[in-house]
Design a binder for this molecule. Sequence first.
Ligand SMILES: Nc1ncnc2c1ncn2[C@@H]1O[C@H](COP(=O)(O)OP(=O)(O)OP(=O)(O)O)[C@@H](O)[C@H]1O
Ligand SMILES: [Mg+2]
Length: 248
Amino acid sequence: MAAPLLSLRGVGKNYGAVIAVRDVDLDVYPGEVLAICGDNGAGKSSLIKVISGAQAPSAGSITLRGAETRFRSPHDALAQGVATIYQDLALAPRLSIAANVFMGAELTRGPRWLRMLDKPRMAREARAYLARLSVAIDDMRRPVEGLSGGQRQAVAISRALRWDASIIIMDEPTAALGVKETAQVLDLIRHLKSEGRTVLLISHNMADVAALATRVAIMKSGAKVIDMPADGLGPDDIGHMIMTGRAA
Ligand SMILES: Nc1ncnc2c1ncn2[C@@H]1O[C@H](COP(=O)(O)OP(=O)(O)OP(=O)(O)O)[C@@H](O)[C@H]1O
Ligand SMILES: [Mg+2]
């Protein structure tokens, strides 16, 4: 088996007296779609916040590509190749699609003393990233607030692609979406998978998990209680495992 891309050892996260995550060991291998499931309050988002740099762990260590690391902020994690996409996170609704895709890493042109934004090139490349995700939008100057939920997810994913993120974390990517948009986001995830990117997917939708995941980790009261290949698991099996904390 290949070496893990990302490893957690003994990771814990407390909020004051609340233990949100306790002693989690997790290995994430290149190219897998790892679903993290569990009841409300099980600690999924808290675990993801540690991996995405949004929160410092209270205990434990993180190893990325074989070297121990720390993520000081979501931007720091992004720069190390770990991108996180929340429902609306990090998109600036009033800014254009192109500005959102290149936020924090704008393309410029001209000599150093006359540096200016290279808007035509950013528009061109933003369109190309979206096209890679099979999303066709003509005008890259459109503000993100006018896009559908699925299109917005595609913009957020394009931003991750711009940073060439190897790990893309999605926390409930379809929770607020309609049927058609949900299908579109599932296609985006399939696309990332086909590009060999690693996806961490948090979802309460067992049908989505059964359809996409290559591995399932289940959390209960902050601990990881199950970690197994998803082959052959149906939505009901996963639901059952979440309820009982035991493998089906
Ligand atoms: N900022 C915070 N301050 C205090 N407690 C928190 C904070 N964030 C989360 N918690 C607590 O930590 C525990 C785990 O919460 P977390 O949001 O990680 O669960 P989750 O598995 O993502 O749940 P859900 O499925 O509802 O999103 C819960 O008991 C929650 O109340
Ligand atoms: Mg959550």
